[in-house]
Design a protein around this ligand. Sequence first.
Ligand SMILES: Nc1ncnc2c1ncn2[C@@H]1O[C@H](COP(=O)(O)OP(=O)(O)OP(=O)(O)O)[C@@H](O)[C@H]1O
Ligand SMILES: [Mg+2]
Length: 225
Amino acid sequence: MNKIIEAEKVGYIYQSKYQKTKALNEVSCSFEQGRVYAITGKSGSGKSTFLSLLAGLDVPTEGTLYIDGKDIREIDRDAYRMNQASVIYQAFHLFPLLTVLENVMFPMQLQHVSGKEAKERAQEYLGKVGLPESLYGKMPNMISGGEQQRVAIARAMASGGQILLADEPTGNLDSQNEKVIVDLLCKLAHEENYAVIVVTHNEKVAEAADVVYGMMDGVLEVVRG
Ligand SMILES: Nc1ncnc2c1ncn2[C@@H]1O[C@H](COP(=O)(O)OP(=O)(O)OP(=O)(O)O)[C@@H](O)[C@H]1O
Ligand SMILES: [Mg+2]
């Protein structure tokens, strides 16, 4: 299997004028396409910090993170974030002034895909996440939380990447919507060959994952592999 992401003794230190915090300590692991990974652990253990490195928002202060075999320090991280890796969050983060359809078209417009093609592909992705057509013209604040998270997933798919990162994606959802999102993340990995990496406190999300990592004080260990 192709290891799309590999972390080798990755460390990360937050440094302010007065204080140093070592948030990650020699984290080594790898991620393959076609699988769902859960990262669990207590508040403050370093999960979001690790996810933001995987998303290319920052680079490790120690060790190396490889994307497709290349050191993340040496690739164009803006291009990586635009074309290869997408992040979804607990609070959905949709653009409030764009419709559902326009939200999903947005990453393709950044990539200069034509309007017609962007629209067709956006409709296809919204179909894949099971959103009814009657919602395509609505603003995000007019649809439910579960629906908003499905739009966020469709938008992530629209970037065309194969890495989907999620930070507590079910944190704001009831158990029924939680199941819809978890099933969708599994489908993306198992049927569409995404590498899906989910930070979660939720037992059910972790149960559904193929691999579970636990983070404790910045140290990552395999809980179930
Ligand atoms: N911007 C920052 N500046 C300084 N320290 C930070 C910053 N962000 C996080 N930290 C510290 O780094 C450590 C790891 O934080 P992180 O946000 O990665 O934890 P987490 O596992 O995602 O927690 P939670 O479950 O509460 O979201 C914590 O000690 C936190 O206080
Ligand atoms: Mg966090």
